[in-house]
Structures are given as structure tokens and as C-alpha cells.
Write a protein that binds this ligand. Sequence first.
Ligand SMILES: [Zn+2]
Length: 372
Amino acid sequence: MRRRTAGAAPATPADHDTASAPVPETVPDQDPPVRRAARAATMLTDSGTTLVRHARARRARWIGAIFAGIAAGALVFGGAAAVTAAVTGPVISADGGLRLSGTDPTPTEAAASPPPTAIATATPAPEPTVQAAPASVDICAVPAVTAALGSGDDAAAIAAAGGAAAFRDAVASGKAPCVALDDPSHEWVVVNKLRPFSPIDWEPASLAVPEGIQTLEGGTLRTGAATALGALAGAVATEGAGEIALDSGYRSYTTQQTNYGDGGPSIESSVARPGYSEHQSGLAADVVACGNGCGTLDDLAATPQGAWIAANSWRYGWIVRYESGETDVTGYVPEPWHLRYIGPELAAAYHDGGWHTLEEFFGLSAAPDYAG
Ligand SMILES: [Zn+2]
């Protein structure tokens, strides 16, 4: 989000398409199943083609999995049904998977029931929702994951979980309680209008001035993010798109209080309330394009640098956090200049998966507005 200095006019978004769109009411803090259902309904009825694309892709995978399961079941039953059915009676579990009934129902109960056949009982799985994730590994039961989490090594935790896609699947499906998306010490923290910092004035343990990129205001970032931004700036230049500069990086809670000033609804689509800005994490960077001098934040999108960043920032661990058409999820009008560091592994999974908001990536509620 943009930095706003005292006395400055309220920020004017470059793209009014989404800024003027009606903002849906915030989904109340419901329990996860209800929230997921509500979000799925919203996604499926909204016009977001990407969301539909996700749903289609997942549906295709589910259908493929179902047919594979039926085929495998037919093979299993063809070869072993005579033995297993006579002993315990195979059953089809609720999620469509096959299991042998060794414990539930009891062998006695199972023997009393006619053994089902695979085809007859393998009813299609219910239509998957957008939030449905493939069966995930219990990553919190992997010692190397918990050890890496304990030592604060985010990259090692992701690797031990089986890679970023597996890590995301586990987190988004609610099967990774050891991964705290509200812990700002981790690169996967999600901050939005429903997820302020806790404590509200949280500060990073260490900050650094990035090297390899000019900083207009002496901006700082967390160490890993600073290094990655320098690398990104180098790639922008070497790949022919030109020069960029860091306009604004870390902002303390106190600085945000000054920027927000009297605040109010007129600025809240582009300026966060104190304690709600990603910039407080030290993992967010507002960048501008430079040539003969540097342009403004609003100038970036129309420059070669802006195009390069939109297409390639993920390669260096950064994502464009507030994309066009996502205001009802992120709560902010498009900000092509506001980059968020989530690390190269997660950024690659984000890119490869076709995601456009961190909320959806991690299966969280949309955050169109503050709770109150
Ligand atoms: Zn920003």
C-alpha cells in the first residue's frame, strides 16, 4: 500500500474499475467449515474467471482421482475380493477411498452385511468446493518440519513438508495447525483488514537496507527480503527492463499512525489502519521505475519495469499482493507497485498454481473490509 504523508491528498488509485465496485460485506468470523462454504459459494458465483479456472482444474483432478480409484478398486476386488470380503468385508469410506473393515465396523457386523462390490458402492464423491484440497500429508507430524519451525527456518520447513505445493495444500486444508499464518516472524504471515499484527505494534527482529537497488527514503526490509529485492532489481536491469528503486519498505506502527492521520473511509481502500499494514512486517516493498529520475507509484504499471515485475517477481520470492479485480478479497484497490516477499518456494507455488491473492492461496477468508 502507498505511503501517505501528512497533508497529502488522499491517494487516488490508478485503476477505478475495482475501486468503484461495490464492496461486499465482510464475511463474519464463522467457524471454518461455514466460512469455507461461504467462500466457495462466493467464488463460484462471482465472475472471477481465475477462480472458476481453479475450480475446474480441481474438479478435473477429482474426477481423475475418482476414476483412478474405481479402476484400482476393480483390480483389487478382482484379485482379492474372494479372500478379503469373506474375512472382513471391504467397505468404501466416506471420501471414496477403499479400506478393509478391520476396526469399524467390527468384523462381526461386517460379516453380517453383504459385502459390497466396488462398482456398486463407489458412488461419485460430492462436488468438490474451491477450498477442497487433495489429501494432504500431516506435515505437523514430520519431525523435520517441527524442528525447522522451531528454529525459524521457513525454507527448511517447506522443504521438509514435501515442497511448497504440499505445504500450501496442508495449510489451506486446515491440516497444518503447527503453521501459524498470523505469526509475523514467518515469511508466510498473512496480514489484511481482518488480520492485524498481534501485538499491534509488532516489530521485526532485524532490518537491513537492501543492496543492489537504490532506496528513495532510506527504506529497510527484513534481511531475506532485502537480499531478494536487490536480486530482483538486478534481474530487471540485466533482462533489459530498466532500473527500479525502493520507494518504501518497512513502516513501524508509529509511522503508520502518522500516515493514517485522521483516516476514515475515503482513504481506507489504499491506506491501511495502523497495525494492519503489510509494511510493518518488513516483507513489503513499494517500488517505482527509474530512468531520468524515478516515477511515481502510479506510473509503474505502464513501464517496462512494471511489466517485468508483474510477470517475473515470483522468481525472486515476491508477489504483487494487490492485483486488479481482487479488491473484494484483499480489501485494497490494485497496487502494481506493492510487492510482498513470501520466499522463492512459496512464490513459485503461487505463480504455478495461478493464484492471485494470498488469502485464497492459504484458504483464508476474504478480507474486503475491517471487522468494525
Ligand atoms: Zn505498499
